[in-house]
Design a protein around this ligand. Structure first.
Ligand code: MSP
Length: 529
C-alpha cells in the first residue's frame, strides 16, 4: 500500500464575476483540510484555480466590450487575490486558459476520438448558459420549463445542431459498480444515493462540443476545428493537468489519484458521472472521494451568490459579504466562521446575527476569555510560571480526557474530514476548564498563601488543557493560534507531534501575558450597506 498522502482540490471558479462567500467557503474548507493533513505530517498537495472557457466568460466580455482574454485575466487575478487575503496556502493555482492545460485537453480528446469513444450526431435539447449544462426534455419539463438546477433564476434555451458526443453510457455500469463498492466514494451518504439514483435512471452520452460560429471561447477539438470543447469536459481535466498529467510522470505518479474533490452539491453530477467516466475512458484511476457540500443561503433562502441587492428586500441588516466579514472579523475569525459554517450534508442560512452570536459565544466569551483568565492568574499567583501538573485527581483526569479528545478529533480528520468535530472538541475542552476553575476558584484560594501550591497546580492543568486545545485550531487560524501559544510561552514553528502531548509544558516554563485574543464584536461594527 502506498503511504498516506493528500491531494485535495476545490472546483475551479468561473471568472465572469467577482468571488462571493460560496467560493470563499469551499476554498477555506479545502485549505483547512490541507492544513490538518500537513500538521499531521501527511504529504499534501492543494490545488485551486479558475475555469475560464465557455459561453459565460465570452458573454461577460462582450457585455463589457473587451477581449475575452482580458476579462478572464482580470477576474482570475481577483480570485487569486482573494485566496491571498484569506491566507490560503495552495500549492498550485491553475487556469484553464494556460497552455499546459489546453495541451492536456487536446491530447485527451484526440485519444478518445481515436479510440472511438467520441462520435458525431445531431443534438436537439436544452442548454442553460448560467450552469453551462445541457438538460433533457424530462428534466426541463419537471422544472416547469426552467433550468432544473436554479428554476427561479435561470432560463434554458433550445438548441439544435450537429455535435460531438462522448460515449458516457459505455462506462455507466462500471461506474455504478465502483460507487456501490465504495471504490469511488461520494460523500455524504445521501449524495451517493442521489448519484446512484441518477445512474439507475439511465446514463446517456455526453455532448462535448460547441459550434465555434456561436461560441468560440474554448479549446478547439483537435479532429474538427469548427468546434470547441464543452467547458465542463475541459474544466474537469484541470485536476489532472495541475499535477503534470501527460507532462511530468513523476509528479503525476506522486499525486494521482486525487484523494478529495471538494465540490458544491450543484456540481455533483459532472464530478460523479462525467468525470469518472472520462477517466475510465482514458484509463486513469478514479479519485478516492468527492465531497458534495451544501450551500450558504441568504435570509431569503437563496444561494449567497444570488442575493438581491440592498433595497430589493426587507432585511434588517445587509447580508454578510466576504469584504465585510474580513473588515469586521479579521482574517482568522473569518476563516473560523466559514470553516465551521455548515455540516457537510446541509445548507446554512447566514446572517450577521448568527455571525455575532457565534463569534461572541464561542470565541470571545469561550476560548479567548478562558485563555486570558488563566494567563492573567498565572502572572498574579504563579509568578508567570508553569507550576507543574503534579498528581492528577478525578477532576484533572477530566481535563486530560478533554484534551485527548481534541487530539483524537484532529487525528480523525484524514478519514472523517470533519473540521467541525475538532472545533466542538476544543469547545468542550474550554468548557471543562471553565467548570474546573469555577469549582476550584483559584482567585479566592490564592488569598491564603498556604493554598498557593494548589493554585499553581490548578492553573497549570487549566493552561495545559487550553494550550493543547487552542493549538489544534492552527490550520483554521494560524495568527490567533500563534498568539495563544505565545501566551503559554510556546514560540516558533508548530510541531504537532510534540505539542499534542498533554504535559508538553515543563515545570518552571515561563508563560506569556494575557493575549486579548478575540475582542467581542458589537452590532454597531456591522456595516449598514
Ligand atoms: N466552474 C465550475 C466548476 C468546475 S470544476 C471542474 C463552477 N464554478 S462556480 O464558480 O459557479 O462555482 C464554484 C463552486 O462554488 C461550486 O462548488 C458551487 O457549489 C460553489 N458555490 C456557489 N455558490 C455557493 C453557495 N452559496 N454556497 C456554497 N457554495 C456555493 O461551478
Amino acid at each position: 500500500m502506498r503511504p498516506p498522502r493528500f491531494y485535495v482540490t476545490t472546483p475551479i471558479y468561473y471568472v465572469n464575476g467577482v468571488p462571493h462567500l460560496g467560493h470563499a467557503y469551499c476554498t477555506i474548507v479545502a485549505d483547512v483540510l490541507a492544513g490538518y493533513h500537513r500538521m499531521l505530517g501527511i504529504p499534501t498537495h492543494f490545488v485551486t484555480g479558475t475555469d475560464e472557457h465557455g459561453q459565460k466568460a465570452q458573454l461577460a466580455a462582450e457585455a463589457r466590450g473587451i477581449p475575452t482574454q482580458q476579462l478572464v485575466d482580470e477576474y482570475s487575478q481577483v480570485f487569486r487575490d482573494l485566496a491571498a487575503r484569506l491566507q490560503v496556502k495552495h500549492d498550485d493555482f491553475i487556469r484553464t486558459t494556460e497552455p499546459r492545460h489546453k495541451h492536456v485537453v487536446a491530447r485527451v480528446l484526440d485519444a478518445l476520438w481515436k479510440k472511438g469513444d467520441i462520435y458525431l450526431q445531431d443534438y436537439e435539447g436544452w442548454y442553460c448558459v448560467s450552469c453551462e449544462r445541457f438538460w433533457n426534455d424530462s428534466e426541463v419539463e419537471a422544472a416547469g420549463g426552467k433550468c432544473p438546477d436554479q428554476p427561479q433564476l435561470h432560463e434554458v434555451q433550445r438548441l439544435r445542431e450537429p455535435n460531438y458526443w462522448f460515449r458516457m453510457s459505455k462506462y455507466a455500469d462500471e461506474l455504478r459498480r465502483r460507487i456501490e463498492a465504495d471504490e469511488f466514494r461520494i460523500l455524504p451518504e445521501k449524495r451517493k444515493n442521489e448519484i446512484l439514483g441518477y445512474i439507475k435512471q439511465g446514463v446517456g452520452d455526453l455532448c462535448i462540443s460547441r459550434d465555434r460560429s456561436r461560441m468560440s471561447w474554448g479549446v478547439p477539438l483537435p479532429f474538427d476545428e469548427k468546434y470547441v470543447c464543452y467547458v465542463w469536459v475541459d474544466a474537469l481535466f484541470n485536476y489532472e493537468t495541475a499535477i503534470g498529467y501527460l507532462a511530468d510522470e513523476k509528479l503525476h505518479a506522486k499525486w494521482w489519484p486525487a484523494d478529495l474533490h471538494l465540490v458544491g452539491k450543484d456540481i455533483l453530477t459532472p464530478h460523479c458521472v462525467y468525470w469518472p467516466t472520462m477517466l475510465l475512458a482514458v484509463g486513469e484511476p478514479l479519485p478516492h472521494r468527492v465531497l458534495g457540500h451544501g450551500w450558504l443561503l441568504d435570509s431569503q433562502g437563496l444561494k449567497v451568490s444570488k442575493s438581491k441587492k440592498p433595497g430589493e428586500a426587507d432585511v434588517a441588516l445587509p447580508q454578510p459579504k466576504i469584504d465585510s466579514l474580513l473588515a469586521v472579523l479579521g482574517v482568522d475569525v473569518t476563516r473560523w466562521f466559514l470553516a465551521t459554517a455548515m455540516k457537510y450534508g446541509d445548507d446554512a442560512t447566514i446572517d450577521w446575527d448568527m455571525v455575532l452570536s457565534r463569534v461572541n459565544a464561542e470565541l470571545a466569551n469561550g476560548l479567548g476569555n478562558s485563555v486570558n483568565r488563566v494567563a492573567r492568574m498565572a502572572q498574579q499567583f504563579s509568578g508567570g510560571e508553569f507550576a507543574g501538573l503534579g498528581h492528577a485527581g478525578p477532576k484533572e483526569e477530566k481535563l486530560r480526557d478533554a484534551a485527548h479528545a481534541v487530539v483524537a478529533a484532529v487525528g480523525a480528520v484524514p478519514s472523517t474530514l470533519d473540521v467541525i468535530a475538532v472545533t466542538q472538541a476544543v469547545r468542550a475542552a474550554v468548557d471543562a476548564v471553565s467548570l474546573y476553575l469555577d469549582d476550584e476558584k483559584p482567585w479566592k484560594a490564592a488569598k491564603d498563601p498556604v493554598n498557593l501550591p494548589r493554585v499553581g497546580q490548578v492553573l497549570a492543568w487549566s493552561a495545559e488543557t487550553l494550550r493543547l486545545a487552542g493549538t489544534a485550531l492552527a490550520p483554521i487560524m494560524r495568527g490567533k493560534t500563534d498568539a495563544l501559544r505565545a501566551a503559554f510561552g510556546v514560540r516558533g514553528p508548530l510541531d504537532w507531534s510534540r505539542e499534542s502531548k498533554f504535559g508538553f509544558l515543563e515545570t518552571g516554563h515561563a508563560l506569556g501575558e494575557p493575549p486579548g485574543l478575540f475582542p467581542r464584536i458589537d452590532a454597531a461594527q456591522i456595516p449598514t450597506t
